[in-house]
Design a protein around this ligand. Structure first.
Ligand code: SF4
Length: 324
């Protein structure tokens, strides 16, 4: 598969008045054209920071890419100028943010908000062409074009998310970053929005990074999965490799064990004990060692190196040949 995105050894930090937050700590990721990668992990694992780094939309002066490269469609995003980024955003990469309620402008009609993106990239020659493309995009996401003159507050939550998707896909980007696109929606609308995203992805051959903590969504919509913990990718593989097979990172095992199984009679769920480490003061060695039921001495002071088998990568001393 032709490569669209390659992240190499990416480090991102946030510097606040009194702390240095180590948000992303040396991650490597690849996404092929038309491929969907699920980026999974608890809140605070660094998923959104990774996406914001690809868009180069980290909070100004606070968030900084400290090392590594992000090659998107042959261009190094970390070295691109702001003018280059304005062209890349929308046309090459686009993002759907978590909450549709806050990502739309309340004082502009939805038609104007879609037209704004098209105008910015000057893809259409005149107002009529822009208007007809706005109608087309609204139809594509299942909304009647007549509603283009309505304001965001006149739409339901699910419809608002469709509009956000419409804006993100307006310029038919090669890569879509969807950050928990269904978290703020109820279950039936969630299913509709995911089905819509799948359909649009097929039609436009858009690659996608789907950020979620919902493994059900990953199983349904993704080709490959990367599991993040404390700013690191601790396991990656195809959906089959992650959802089956005997070898997994203990954190991945914990994630699966914490999902309720309707076929089994259980009194209690099995959450992963403890909390994610403080990102301003990360532990030495394996970042998961403070919560890992299989922790060994070596885990407390040596960072495990990745072990790869047929594209399935696990970072854990249990699988490192060099452990003993
Ligand atoms: Fe557990 Fe050690 Fe593996 Fe980390 S490296 S996940 S502490 S066994």
């Amino acid at each position: 598969m032709e490569r669209l995105l390659e992240i190499k050894d990416l480090y991102v930090e946030y510097q606040t008045d009194d702390a240095r937050v180590f948000a992303v700590n040396g991650i490597n990721l690849k996404v092929g054209k038309g491929e969907t990668l699920g980026l999974v992990g608890e809140t605070g694992a660094g998923k959104t920071t990774t996406a914001l780094s690809i868009m180069r939309l980290l909070p100004e002066k606070v968030g900084k890419i400290k090392g590594g490269t992000i090659i998107l469609n042959g261009k190094d995003v970390t070295a691109a100028t702001e003018a280059d980024m304005r062209l890349l955003r929308g046309e090459t990469v686009s993002m759907i943010f978590q909450d549709p309620m806050t990502s739309l402008n309340p004082v502009l009609t939805v038609g104007d908000q879609i037209a704004e993106v098209l105008d910015l990239h000057k893809k259409y020659r005149n107002k009529e062409e822009v208007e007809s493309r706005v109608d087309e995009i609204l139809k594509m996401v299942g909304l009647p074009p007549e509603r283009k003159n309505d304001y965001p507050h006149q739409f339901s939550g699910g419809m608002k998310q469709r509009i956000v998707i419409a804006i993100a896909l307006a310029c038919e980007p090669l890569l879509l970053l969807a950050d928990e696109p269904t978290t703020a929606l109820d279950v039936t609308i969630q299913a509709q929005v995911l089905a819509l995203m799948d359909e649009l992805k097929q039609n436009l051959n858009t690659a996608m990074i789907l950020i979620t903590h919902d493994l059900g969504v990953v199983a349904k919509s993704c080709d490959r999965v990367a599991i993040m913990y404390a700013g690191e990718i601790i396991e990656t593989g195809t959906v089959e490799q992650i959802f089956s097979g005997d070898h997994h990172h203990p954190y991945t095992v914990g994630l699966f064990e914490s999902i309720p199984d309707l076929k089994k009679k259980t009194r209690r769920l099995h959450p992963i004990d403890g909390l994610m480490p403080d990102p301003t003061d990360l532990p030495e060695g394996c970042k998961f060692h403070t919560r890992c039921p299989q922790c060994m001495d070596i885990c407390k002071n040596k960072i495990p190196s990745p072990m790869e088998k047929e594209g399935h990568v696990i970072c854990c001393h249990l699988y490192n040949e060099t452990t003993d």
